[in-house]
Structure formats: structure tokens, C-alpha cells
Design a protein around this ligand. Structure first.
Ligand code: NDP
Length: 445
């Protein structure tokens, strides 16, 4: 690590040693910035790194709500507005019991560089709560969402901060949040993205993160004169991102053989069919257990307590949550001759897993580049809302594709090694960092 970056990172470690996920994400970015910092002394002179690791503001609040028995329940809500050098804050909301301030800060920090990579006018933020929507009735989820937005609405707005969905926050939650925002403010505006088609949502937004991830993978393979067609793909998760990846990869002729949840994975040797991919949506909407999938489709088998990375494949795409691929998982994939690993989830791989892929010549791309199609299409939703118009699926998909091609090109430009191969981690970090850092310097303190 460059001496300036090391000094800032060491100071940060002494300040927040318990924020493990946040420190992991900062270290990963700082590790790749050596040459950029050496060539641009203005960044150190303007103390850009010191300012980049402290959020503009981190809001934490109480969310009291009534459950089905009229009992009071209390959760903690967060919104971390990390950096608005490039535009109004933008980033998802996550409802999951594992949510802490450290997780919010890591996601918001990553989001800053991801939003920058899209070259669209967005700053980085993330929010959420330790509330678990699983097993709750619609009424309970609505009560929670209303209480959550009652505090959050003070801090957001179409030109201030525009949240979207993430783990545990889909169309249903966005609907409840938007409805209450409208009642509180008397404003019908693009304050949230991921809205329903017909009341302000954009076509292709539900598919965008997964489709965008596959468009990125297509570009990676095209550099080797290869394509997605005919490849065997293992993915984790069975949520929004996993669904979009499975849909587009299958459409392009790949065989997607796994999906997974926190309790195990499903293996379908013959590849997921259209009916199976559609059933993923039903599982998620109804909060059903993944084992139901194997009961419904006889060709599929559920492996309880195991991860999909033991299955032989050409391409692996983690699409569930952070740190879901460890060194041991990576070694198994490498032993099974995987050629490409692309993170659909944010920070899906532990550093030792990413290092294992890079050391063994596996093409590896980080979430901040691969999954940026989601936020990019959210920005397209904001544009449609601001212009009081709707674009066709083809138009949104075309723009999404162009954005992913551009992000890939930026990674290649900033991450090319002397031997012609690409370090996508460095490429994404450097391309994302430079735009933010230059804007911060230009805007002063
Ligand atoms: P969903 O809530 O739709 O699905 C999450 C999936 O991950 C589920 O299959 C869930 O399985 C699994 N999962 C969640 N937590 C854990 C855990 N601790 N251990 C194992 N599995 C887990 O979320 P999304 O698909 O929206 O998000 C998935 C990832 O993609 C996240 O990292 C998110 O930040 C990232 N992302 C999402 C975007 C979007 O547009 N939605 C945009 C960019 C990134 P189970 O229910 O069994 O726990």
C-alpha cells in the first residue's frame, strides 16, 4: 500500500477497529491506488483520502412498530450518506438482521465508487435496518416501512438522496415506503427507485442488476474471443440479482446449474428452465424456503448447509451477500477449472478468495463494476420521473447495455497489466476513485 494510503488506513483502524466490513472495503480500495496517488500529489495535499473514509453524515434512528399482536417492536434504522461529490446521494436500503453501522458504511463506501463508474450524476449512500421481513405478515412489513420512512423522509428527496432496494427490500417494501412518503410530504416525486411499473417505476429495473452483470461478463469473455453461450454457470442466492443473472445467462445459451440460500443450495444438472427461473420470484415473494424448489422440480436436488462453489462450472457468480466465497471455496472452483468469477453481490468474495482467482489466472471482476447496472438503471428511472415520461423496455435495456460496456472499458483502461491481462479490481477502483477525488479537489473544503 502507498505510504499516504497506509497512514490514513492505520488511523482509521485505530478509530473504528470494530467496523470489520468497512475496514475490509477501504483496504481493498486503498491497496490499488498506489500509482494514482504517486502521480497526483494534489490528492494528498487536499487530504482526499482522510475525507473519503468519513461519511458526510451517518444517520441512525429508532424504528418502533406494532406487530400482528399489537405488541411494540423496535429496530434500528440507518442512512449513511457517504459522498456527494458527483451528485445527489444514491444507494439501496437493506432490511436484514445482519445490518450494522459497519455494514452500512462498507456498502455506502463501495457505492460511491460504483456510482462514479457509471459516469452518471450520483453520489454514494446506503441505508437499511436490522428488521427481518422474513416470516412477517404484509401488515407488519407495512407498519415497519411506515415507521422507518417517518424518520428517513427528513433526510431524502429527489435532489438530495434517492434510496432504492437491496436485500430484503423489493417492490412491496418500496411501495409502502413511497406511499407513506407521499402522505407525509404531499409530493409525488422520484424520491425512491424500484417503484412499480405504472406508478413511476422503470421497465427493466427489476432485471437490471442481473442483466448488467451478464453484459459485463460478455465483455470480459469477448476480450478472449469467447462468449457466454454453452458455458456452465454456478450462482448463489435466489433473490433479485440471482434471478436477473439466471434469466439473461440462460437466454444467451448458458446452462445455470445452481441457486442458493442461507440454508443450502439447489443443483439442477440440466440447467434452470424458464419455469424454474419464474418460480424463483414466487419463492422470494412468498418468503418460502429454498428446499421447496427441489420438491417441486424432481430433476433438482437440495444440499442442506452447503455452498454451490463445490459444483464444477466455467463461470461462478456470487449473487447473495458479502464475503460468501472464502479461500477454501475459491480453491475448489479453481481445482474445477473455473475460467471467470464475477461478483453480482457487493464484496461477495473475501480478499483471500479474490487473490486465489487472480493468482491462478481466473478472470475476476468485483461487484462495484459487475453489479453497477442496478444503480445505473435506477438513475434512468430518476431521469424518466424528472421528465414525466416512460421509456420502452428496449430503450432502457439498450442504455443499460451501453453503460456496462463503458464500465468494462474503463476497467480495462485503468487496470491493464503489461502482459495484456486486466486487473479488474484495480481498474474499477482507480476509474471510480479518480472522478470522485477530482470533484472533491475542485469543490474545495
Ligand atoms: P434479495 O433480498 O433479493 O436476495 C438475497 C439473497 O441472498 C437470498 O437468496 C438470500 O437467501 C441470500 N442471502 C442473504 N443474506 C444471506 C446470508 N447472510 N447468507 C447467505 N445467503 C444470504 O437481495 P438482492 O438480490 O437484491 O441482493 C443480493 C446482493 O446483490 C447483495 O449483496 C446486494 O447488495 C447486491 N446488489 C443488489 C442490487 C439490486 O438491484 N437488488 C444492486 C446491486 C447490488 P435467504 O433468503 O435464504 O437468506
Amino acid at each position: 500500500m502507498n505510504a499516504y494510503a497506509q497512514r490514513v488506513f492505520d488511523e482509521l483502524k485505530t478509530k473504528v477497529p470494530w467496523e470489520k466490513e468497512f475496514l475490509q472495503s477501504v483496504e481493498e480500495v486503498f491497496n490499488t491506488l498506489g500509482a494514482v496517488l504517486d502521480e497526483n500529489p494534489q490528492y494528498e495535499a487536499n487530504r482526499v483520502l482522510e475525507r473519503m473514509v468519513i461519511p458526510d453524515r451517518a444517520i441512525s434512528f429508532q424504528v418502533p412498530w406494532l406487530d400482528r399482536n399489537n405488541k411494540i417492536q423496535i429496530n434500528t434504522g440507518y442512512r449513511v450518506q457517504f459522498n456527494d461529490a458527483l451528485g445527489p446521494y444514491k444507494g439501496g436500503l437493506r432490511f436484514h438482521p445482519s445490518v450494522t453501522l459497519s455494514v452500512m458504511k462498507f456498502l455506502a463506501f463501495e457505492q460511491t465508487f460504483k456510482d462514479s463508474l457509471t459516469t452518471l450524476p450520483m453520489g454514494g449512500a446506503k441505508g437499511g435496518s436490522d428488521f427481518d421481513p422474513k416470516g412477517k405478515t404484509d401488515f407488519e412489513v407495512m407498519n415497519f416501512c411506515k415507521s422507518f420512512i417517518r424518520e428517513l423522509h427528513h433526510h431524502i428527496g429527489p435532489d438530495v438522496d434517492v434510496p432504492a432496494g437491496d436485500i430484503g427490500v423489493g417492490g412491496r417494501e418500496i411501495g409502502y415506503l413511497f406511499g407513506e412518503y407521499k402522505r407525509l410530504t404531499h409530493r409525488y416525486c422520484g424520491v425512491l427507485t424500484g417503484k412499480g411499473i405504472g406508478w413511476g417505476g422503470s421497465l427493466i429495473r427489476p432485471e437490471a442488476t442481473g442483466y448488467g452483470a451478464i453484459y459485463f461478463v460478455q465483455e470480459m469473455l469477448a476480450r478472449r474471443n469467447d462468449s457466454v453461450a454453452g458455458k456452465t454457470v454456478v450462482i448463489s442466492g435466489y433473490g433479485n440479482v440471482a434471478w436477473g443473472v439466471a434469466k439473461k445467462a440462460s437466454e444467451l445459451g448458458a446452462r445455470v446449474v445452481t441457486i442458493s440460500g442461507s440454508k443450502g443450495y439447489v443443483h439442477c444438472e440440466g440447467g434452470l428452465t424458464g419455469e424454474m427461473i419464474a418460480f424463483m420470484l414466487e419463492l422470494r415473494e412468498k418468503g418460502l424456503d429454498l428446499s421447496v424448489f427441489a420438491d417441486k422440480f424432481p430433476g433438482c436436488k437440495f444440499y442442506a448447509g452447503r455452498k454451490p462453489w463445490e459444483v464444477k462450472a466455467d463461470i461462478a457468480m456470487p449473487c447473495a451477500t458479502q464475503n460468501e466465497v472464502n479461500g477454501e471455496d475459491a480453491a475448489k472452483l479453481v481445482a474445477n477449472k473455473v475460467i471467470l468469477v464475477a461478483e453480482g453481490s457487493n464484496m461477495g468474495c473475501l480478499p483471500e478468495a479474490a487473490a486465489c482467482f487472480q493468482k491462478n489466472g481466473v478472470l475476476f471482476a468485483p461487484g462495484k463494476a459487475v453489479n453497477a447496472g442496478g444503480v445505473a438503471t435506477s438513475c434512468l428511472e430518476m431521469s424518466q420521473n424528472a421528465g414525466h415520461t416512460n421509456w420502452t423496455s428496449a430503450e432502457v435495456d439498450h442504455r443499460l447495455h451501453d453503460i456496462m460496456v463503458h464500465i468494462h472499458a474503463a476497467c480495462v483502461e485503468c487496470g491493464s497489466r503489461k502482459d495484456g491481462t486486466v486487473d479488474y479490481i484495480a481498474g474499477a477502483n482507480i476509474a471510480g476513485f479518480k472522478r470522485v477525488a477530482d470533484a472533491m479537489v475542485a469543490q474545495g473544503i
